[in-house]
Design a protein around this ligand. Structure first.
Ligand SMILES: *[C@@H]1O[C@H](CO)[C@@H](O)[C@H](O)[C@H]1NC(C)=O
Ligand SMILES: *[C@@H]1O[C@H](CO)[C@@H](O)[C@H](O)[C@H]1NC(C)=O
Ligand SMILES: *[C@@H]1O[C@H](CO)[C@@H](O)[C@H](O)[C@H]1NC(C)=O
Length: 430
């Protein structure tokens, strides 16, 4: 009898301990611990008075009291710092355009350790105590910084920030800004190295072949060649040599020069083998590989390729990332489309929510939407809120236009941290 009770008591204890663990590991509680006051700085894609890189203050999870203010500073804020710009919050979260802008740095000067880029945001109470602060900063090492934590996650379980049409980048130039081609082909302000140093880990590439040019390989947006492909490759090489990060280069479309069967694809594969043969991850790993397996081979570049015959021929070409692309022209339609893919997406390979608007030909000709910069400005705040919120729980990749106008890099880092903890917690339940 006594013995029986002891076993019973032990079982009961075990029950409480395990249910305690399960309870502490529930998704909602993790999400709650993340609900702390945050301020950040976003770089607007939309120029004003011919000035680009205008800074936006963003805050979330605030409980604003009368007299609270959020300031933008050009130094790490102390009690004596004079703000460049001030806004009074009336809502728990919001964005406010400031009157300041960032001066562009050359990507090779950004360096490979996380650093502040000259601007700080602080949330202050009426009595001027700082309740939260942060700086505009790079994120060159966020994955390797979390290496121990992220290693058990599968490739398909991670949240990666991406750039739609990564190679269609150019700095804003007021003399060409009204050119329709510039307005509707340029999707990014930052070059590839800067995209990577700022935290992007998925690059959507459109490769083209021109046998009548000196440089035969180009990265295009549709029919328009933007940069030699070698420029993209050099930046990816530089970044991988200087960091321990994992990067996905997705050859998603081949808009010009690939029409003669597989011949040009074979040429491109030779080029890829020459460039990346030593560092490209083997596709036999699949999207069910843990990040730790990628790190242990030290082949940290995934080459994904949108041609199945080529994928079958090569051990360094992975199946293309599935683009969940709505081809929509309004914010509400983008919401409806992306809400539909939250629970309906491929599971056997990488997939990306394409979080940008696409104009129709007529909308381009009439310039109805004002260009891709303005269109990014129309959705980037909402896209950030969606993926900071519950959609960030399960998404694999989110690709945006003018990604520094979103908070996707920070959202991905926060969610990956939570996902890794959830994975650890789930072990006793299995
Ligand atoms: C708080 O800081 C602002 C901005 O620097 C300043 O104008 C104000 O006088 C300060 N208030 C107090 C109570 O120190
Ligand atoms: C800006 O565009 C004009 C006209 O296309 C060009 O001449 C100039 O070199 C460009 N400036 C920069 C800094 O790229
Ligand atoms: C977009 O964001 C604005 C401002 O926060 C909000 O009022 C609106 O409901 C959002 N729209 C969607 C579709 O998420």
């Amino acid at each position: 009898m006594r013995k029986y009770s002891l076993v019973f008591v032990l079982q009961l204890l075990l029950h409480f301990v395990t249910s305690g663990l399960v309870r502490r590991c529930s998704i909602n509680e993790f999400a709650d611990t993340d609900k702390e006051l945050q301020v950040s700085i976003i770089v607007s894609p939309v120029p004003k008075d011919n000035v680009a890189r205008r800074l936006i203050l963003s805050w979330e999870n605030a409980s604003p009291l009368s007299g609270d203010w959020i300031g933008l500073f050009n130094e790490e804020p102390t009690d004596l710092s004079i703000p460049l710009f001030v806004v009074q919050p009336h809502n728990p979260s919001g964005w406010a355009e400031t009157t300041s802008h960032e001066t562009a740095s050359y990507s090779q000067d950004l360096g490979y350790s996380k650093k502040c880029l000259g601007f700080w945001a602080a949330y202050k109470s009426a009595g001027n105590s700082t309740l939260a602060s942060s700086c505009l900063h790079t994120e060159p090492t966020w994955m390797s910084d979390l290496k121990t934590e992220l290693s058990p996650l599968l490739l398909r379980q991670i949240f990666l920030p991406g750039t739609h049409d990564a190679g269609a980048y150019d700095r804003y130039n007021s003399s060409s800004a009204n050119n329709l081609i510039v307005k509707y082909t340029i999707t990014q302000e930052e070059d590839i190295l800067s995209q990577l140093v700022n935290g992007v880990r998925y690059l959507d590439i459109r490769a083209a072949y021109y046998n009548d040019r000196n440089d035969v390989w180009w990265v295009n947006h549709g029919a328009v060649p933007i940069h030699p492909l070698q420029t993209v490759f050099d930046d990816v090489q530089t970044f991988l040599q200087n960091t321990n990060e994992i990067v996905i280069l997705d050859f998603h479309e081949f808009p010009v020069g690939f029409n003669s069967g597989l011949a040009i694809h074979e040429k491109l594969l030779e080029y890829l083998e020459r460039e990346f043969g030593d560092i490209a991850a083997l596709s036999s790993l699949t999207w069910n590989a843990q990040l730790g397996e990628i790190w242990s081979t030290n082949r940290r570049l995934l080459l994904t390729y949108n041609n199945n015959q080529m994928v079958e021929r090569s051990d360094i070409l992975w199946p293309a990332v599935a683009h969940q692309w709505g081809d929509v022209h309004t914010l509400d339609d983008l919401y409806t489309y992306l809400s539909g893919v939250v629970n309906k997406h491929p599971n056997d390979r990488g997939w990306s929510a394409m979080a940008e608007l696409t104009p129709t030909i007529l909308q381009i000709i009439t310039d109805e939407l004002g260009g891709l910069r303005r269109m990014a400005g129309m959705v980037n705040e909402n896209v950030t809120a969606w993926y900071r919120g519950t959609w960030g729980q399960t998404v694999n990749i989110v690709s945006a236009d003018f990604f520094r106008g979103t908070g996707l890099v920070e959202a991905a880092i926060d969610w990956n941290h939570i996902r890794a903890q959830q994975l650890t917690c789930n072990i006793p339940q299995q």
